[in-house]
Design a protein around this ligand. Structure first.
Ligand code: SAM
Length: 214
């Protein structure tokens, strides 16, 4: 997916992926990562998700990355936080309220930017990317975490011929191709709860959550 696509989504506020509440999977399944207070959690392609505020409130240090400055500004404004902005190579570090968001391209991040994070919360990153970019994403994630990490991954699966992503369908087999240690924690039929997907031609929509270690 080209960056222009995402900038345009944010400019036009076509952000149906954004949830007005914390994602229900997060409070339910986050303990399965065995997080300790003070542990760093990386939230790739974070948008302005409230999930970062929930993670911070659990005592985690939160580090996100997001392409759109509109999303980053909205995240802090909606949290009532005036962040500190610092140029950071090709990115900008935007920091406040226990959350650091790097504004810029995920692929420009370096391992030192996520140093101290061993936990990853991926909701809406892998499924935001077409097939080849998903492979590049996982390759870069591995470079960012040379010592390994634990991921709570939330994906969508649906008959891929029925709809052009994003969100893209990510099958169970693909997740297992990317990562060696994969446990399916939950699989929910979320078709009825996503009427806009029915309008886009889907007949089935499953939301899967995985615990991954690499
Ligand atoms: C499907 S949305 C998910 C947002 C968020 N994770 C959530 O749950 O609401 C994907 C997000 O990834 C951002 N994005 C896309 N490509 C990116 C890239 N290469 N680097 C950083 N962010 C990116 C988009 O701007 C968008 O906000």
């Amino acid at each position: 997916m080209q960056s222009e696509f995402w900038h345009e989504r944010w400019e036009l506020q076509q952000i149906a992926f954004h949830q007005a509440e914390v994602h229900p999977v997060l409070p339910k399944l986050w303990p399965r990562l065995n997080p300790q207070a003070g542990d760093g959690v990386f939230v790739p392609m974070c948008g302005k998700t409230l999930d970062m505020r929930w993670l911070q409130a659990q005592g985690q240090r939160v580090v996100g990355v997001e392409l759109s400055p509109l999303a980053v500004d909205a995240f802090f404004a909606e949290a009532g936080v005036t962040p500190v902005r610092t140029p950071h190579g090709a990115l900008e570090s935007v920091q406040g309220g226990g959350v650091t968001v790097y504004c810029g391209d995920f692929f420009a991040l370096k391992p030192e930017d996520v140093a101290g994070c061993e936990l990853i919360y991926d909701r809406g990153s892998l499924i935001a990317l077409p097939p080849q970019m998903r492979r590049d994403y996982v390759t870069h994630l591995r470079k960012l975490f040379p010592g390994g990490a634990r991921i709570l991954l939330v994906t969508f699966d649906y008959p891929s011929a029925e709809m052009k992503g994003p969100p893209f369908a990510v099958t169970d087999a693909e997740v297992r191709e990317f990562y060696a240690s994969v446990e399916l924690l939950s699989s929910e039929d979320v078709f009825a709860a996503n009427p806009q997907m029915r309008q886009r031609g889907l007949t089935r929509l499953q939301e899967n959550a995985y615990l991954i270690a690499f």
